[in-house]
Design a protein around this ligand. Sequence first.
Ligand SMILES: [Zn+2]
Length: 146
Amino acid sequence: MLTQIYPQTSHPYAFELNKDMQVSAAHFIPREDAGACSRVHGHTYTINITIAGDHLNESGFLANFSTIKKLIHGEYDHTLLNDHKEFSGESREQIPSTEAVAKAIYDKVEAYLEGLENRPHCVQVFVRETPTSYVVYRPKQGDHHG
Ligand SMILES: [Zn+2]
């Protein structure tokens, strides 16, 4: 396995949790100028999700590692990303590029965290698509609600 060195993000929170996972999935880029990427092909995505917060829940966690994995791996692993509703529209945000995959993961994780009483935040999503390329998504200031 590739040794990962993740970029760090600064945030004001006391605790930070990182969850790694790998997701095998197929996709295609439905654009003529995407070349070979316009044909269906697969990747083993390496994903790192960073969650931060000041408060722990009753179990002493910021968030449950296995729930975070289930949320992302459980939904995307061994699927065609283009089949998911967030990647099946016509707009550029709905093309399953590495960038859009990172944003979609952020949206899912943050939506889940919004329901937790200790209210942690997702502060970074790292998605490596190939050994030589990766994307980092970080919410902009003010994207957090509450
Ligand atoms: Zn691809």
